[in-house]
Structure formats: structure tokens, C-alpha cells
Design a protein around this ligand. Structure first.
Ligand code: NAP
Length: 242
């Protein structure tokens, strides 16, 4: 199998790269700076004897066509596109700067839409999996992480459009709403609900390949939390400080 991981330098993407290499996948690891994934690529190709290539793509710049061209030139066929990358700012509140708004929307939403559109003709022809990552932050609006959660909710919506548009094609789409995961993104945040490891998430993502999953909660208990949060009347919800 041949897989591209966008956001492979850290957290969930890095764990996914290790798991996929151990299963014998050939990989293209994508990060904004190739130097961040150079050692990882060398380590994986030596340990697991897989082909591991690197590609620099700053999602802020959105030149996604180059990744398709590069991917097809080195792997010939791409079976899985993992859109894992994400970015969050601690200045993401109502009234934040245009820079934070643009960067957050570019990395979490616009670039993902460009990537999906760039790879769509390939997957329509050959089949495979496109995997997207959302967040429980988008269950209901909060005063924190406003732009990030807006982007994740919109991305979720775009994945539904993708699922609907491919009804006659043979590729699969999985979209996960993630709870708290132990990575640098959640480091230092106050967690009322237990966190899970990156390995737990990457194992579940791999187990979900070849299935059509819309908005699947990981870990599963967030489905119950999400239902309670959504059903909570505004009077009570507005009093929550989280
Ligand atoms: N951790 C959590 O609790 C949590 C909860 C819900 C959802 N999520 C979602 O899970 C996904 C993975 O998060 P994580 O916790 O593993 O995050 P992480 O450890 O911070 O890793 C983020 C990844 O995104 C890449 N990235 C960020 N900005 C980029 C840019 N401008 N261009 C290219 N790549 C960029 C990073 O690569 P470089 O910076 O090296 O380029 C890195 O590989 C994200 O979509 C996140 O929103 C995480």
C-alpha cells in the first residue's frame, strides 16, 4: 500500500507514520519543513525496510498540486491520503487578529479543501481512502478556539460533500471527530475528560480504512459527551466555563 501523510512531523501523524511503516506501507511524509521529518524518514526506512519519501508543503501557501505530481511520480499509485495536520492558537477568540484568522483557516480548512480537490480525480479513478480529522471542539460554539472550531466544523461539512459526490466511485472516506489526545497541541490544557495516546488514535484510523465513516468519534465515549453537550439548553450551556 502507498500512503501520503499530511502533518507527519509530530503527534498523531508521526505515530501513524510509524504504524503504517511497520505494516509495510510506502510513505510520503509531508510537513512544512522537510528537516523536521528527515530523521523520522531515515529511521522508518531502516527499521521497516519501506520506501519513505519526504515533501515540504506549508499549508499556509496551499500549492497542493505539487504534492499530487510528486506523489504520483514516486509512488505511481496512491492508496491512502491522510489529512492529519492541524494548527491552533492560544489567541483564537472573538476579536482576534486577521493574521490568526487567515492562518487558522488556511491550515485547518482551505488547504484541506485544495488537497481533496487536487487528489479527487486520482481517487475516482483508482479507489483508496481519504481520511480527515475534526475535533470535539466543533460540537458547540465556545468562547475559546473560535476560528479553529469553525474551521473544523466546516471541514466536517466538506467531507460530507465529498462522501455525497463519490457515491458512484469506489473510494472510501473517513472523518474522525477527535477528543483530547496527548500531543503538543493539547499540552498544558486543562482536561476534564481523560486523554488518549497518539498510538490509540493511529491504530483506530488504520482499522477504519476501507470503511465509509462520517463524523466518527474517537475515543468512542465522546459520542455520549457530544450528545449531552448538544442537548443542553442554552441557559445551562451558556453558564459553562470551558
Ligand atoms: N491533540 C488533540 O487533543 C487534538 C484534539 C482534537 C483534534 N486534533 C486534531 O488532530 C490532528 C493532529 O493533531 P496533533 O495533536 O497530532 O497536532 P501536533 O502534534 O501539533 O501536530 C500537528 C501537525 O500538523 C502540521 N502542521 C501544522 N501547521 C502546518 C503548516 N502550516 N503546514 C504544514 N503542516 C502543518 C505539523 O507539521 P509542521 O509544523 O512540522 O509543519 C504537525 O505535523 C489535527 O488536525 C488536530 O486539529 C487534535
Amino acid at each position: 500500500m502507498n500512503s501520503i501523510i499530511v502533518g507527519a512531523s509530530a503527534g498523531i501523524g508521526r505515530s501513524l507514520a510509524e504504524q503504517l511503516a511497520s505494516l509495510g506501507h510506502n510513505l510520503i511524509l509531508v510537513s512544512s519543513d522537510q528537516r523536521d521529518i528527515d530523521c523520522l524518514a531515515k529511521d522508518l526506512s531502516i527499521r521497516f525496510n519501506s520506501k519513505v519519501e519526504l515533501f515540504s508543503l506549508d499549508l499556509n501557501n496551499k500549492n497542493t498540486e505539487d504534492l499530487v505530481t510528486y506523489g504520483l511520480s514516486v509512488l505511481n499509485k496512491i492508496d491512502n491520503l491522510f489529512l492529519i495536520a492541524g494548527w491552533i492558537s492560544n489567541e483564537d477568540y472573538i476579536g482576534t487578529s486577521k493574521e490568526i484568522i487567515n492562518y487558522t483557516l488556511d491550515v485547518n480548512l482551505r488547504s484541506m479543501i485544495f488537497l481533496i480537490n487536487s487528489f479527487y480525480p486520482h481517487f475516482e479513478k483508482t479507489g483508496g481512502n481519504i481520511v480527515g480529522i475534526g475535533s470535539v471542539a466543533s460540537i458547540r460554539g465556545r468562547k475559546n478556539n473560535c476560528i479553529y472550531s469553525t474551521a473544523k466544523r466546516a471541514l466536517e461539512f466538506y467531507f460530507e460533500c465529498l462522501r455525497h459526490s463519490k457515491t458512484n466511485s469506489h473510494f472510501f472516506v473517513q472523518f474522525y471527530r477527535l477528543g483530547y489526545v496527548q500531543t503538543q497541541m493539547s499540552f498544558g490544557s486543562k482536561m476534564l475528560i481523560p486523554t488518549v495516546t497518539t498510538n490509540y488514535i493511529s491504530n483506530k484510523i488504520i482499522a477504519g480504512l476501507e470503511k465509509d465513516l462520517s463524523c466518527h468519534y474517537l475515543p468512542f465515549w465522546w459520542r455520549f459527551v457530544g450528545t449531552v453537550l448538544r442537548k443542553l439548553p442554552w441557559f445551562f450551556y451558556s453558564k459553562l466555563n470551558f
